[in-house]
Design a protein around this ligand. Structure first.
Ligand SMILES: [Zn+2]
Length: 377
């Protein structure tokens, strides 16, 4: 059951059994009953009634067992973004949280994007959680709903806000393919399906201890010629006269075979193998759920599990897999949503100017080695 639905059911229950469901306390409206929970909303929170259920629409909602103080974190969230953007949402809580999650979508539809928050710092009695949210290249400009949920024991916090996706123009091109490449692209192959399931699983699995990079990514091979951009719309002319369509999820950097490929940031290698479509492939996790991906290399210089430094060579440019010439395909994925990698080379992943940010007070991940998230960049 989604947090929202669970919440709506909870509030409906409160209303059903309470003789006086709404009590006005100053400028705050509280829905209360003796047990099992108390619901408190902020000023301006909005509900609607749908099929006899009360549904929260906008604002902040806190549910706690009676007598307990409700969670009331501070939030720093974006209320708009463009396709391809990686949004950074911050939540500060005076009390330790068990979990934080965030999603953007339309009611009744599967979410456009989801984020699992991670604990980035705990200092002076305040926890700072971060949720990284990728907006897909293909998402339509319109208004969605942002839902942020946090929990600590039996207490939960819910925030609902309108979220606007703005427009962005992408480049379109037609690509004729030889018979050989048409075969690679179109012939059904059980190995290709297994490979895509495996890679999708890697990119959907955040590791809470993957706190490696907060700074600015470097562009691998900055002097290379750009042969394709992020979000390019592609129409393929197959050799049999049929067509295929795709959205390019990374950037292509043309460079001679053998050119060294550096890691764009510090991180841990979570995948380093040859694949049918993408050739020699490396995936590095920089923050929980944030991965950089490198395709078509002629060789791989790292192993799964290895921690690599920013600029460390992880392989060499090639044209293995589905490639028409030697180039590096560089992609950045946030929990399975490819975002614009160039934007992450223009500024740091996390906001270093915020008051919570202290390189000397990094927390250690539970049961892990000492954490270097906030080391100097
Ligand atoms: Zn590419």
């Amino acid at each position: 059951m989604s947090a929202l639905r669970a919440f709506a059911a909870e509030v409906a229950l409160l209303l059903a059994v309470s003789a006086a469901p709404a009590a006005v306390q100053g400028d705050m409206v509280a829905l209360t009953r003796p047990s099992p929970a108390t619901c408190v909303t902020d000023d301006g929170a909005v509900f609607t009634v749908e099929n006899g259920e009360l549904r929260p629409v906008r604002g902040q909602f806190m549910i706690s067992p009676p007598g307990e103080q409700e969670l009331h974190p501070r939030t720093g969230i974006s209320l708009d973004g463009a396709p391809g953007q990686l949004l950074r949402m911050y939540v500060w809580s005076a009390e330790p949280l068990d979990s934080l999650s965030l999603q953007i979508g339309s009611p009744g539809k599967s979410p456009l994007t989801k984020a699992t928050g991670f604990l980035a710092e705990s200092r002076q009695g305040t926890e700072m959680w971060v949720a990284l949210v990728g907006l897909p290249a293909w998402c339509s400009p319109k208004e969605y709903t942002l839902t942020l949920s946090a929990a600590a024991g039996q207490r939960s916090y819910l925030l609902l806000q309108p979220f606007t996706v703005t427009g962005r123009n992408f480049f379109s091109e037609r690509i004729p393919l030889t018979a050989e490449l048409t075969g690679i692209a179109t012939v059904p192959d059980v190995h290709k399906k297994d490979e895509s399931r495996l890679l999708a699983a890697v990119l959907a699995t955040p590791h809470p201890d993957a706190l490696f990079e907060t700074g600015t990514f470097i562009i691998p091979i900055p002097g290379g010629r750009r042969s394709a951009g992020y979000g390019d719309r592609r129409e393929y002319d197959y050799s049999d006269g049929t067509k295929g369509y795709s959205v390019h999820l990374g950037v292509d950097i043309a460079s001679p075979t053998g050119t060294p490929v550096p890691a764009c940031g510090r991180g841990r290698v979570v995948f380093a193998e040859a694949r049918i479509l993408t050739g020699n492939t490396v995936v590095i996790e920089h923050l929980p759920g944030l991965f950089s991906v490198y395709y078509h290399m002629s060789s791989i210089a790292v192993k799964t599990g290895e921690v690599v430094e920013k600029s460390q060579v992880i392989g060499a440019v090639g044209m293995t897999g589905f490639a028409t010439g030697p180039h590096l395909h560089w992609e950045v994925e946030e929990l399975g949503v490819a975002v614009d990698p160039d934007a992450l080379a223009r500024g740091p992943l996390l906001d270093k100017n915020a008051d919570f940010f202290d390189i000397d007070h990094a927390i250690a991940p539970k049961g892990g080695e000492s954490n270097s998230l906030y080391r100097s960049q």
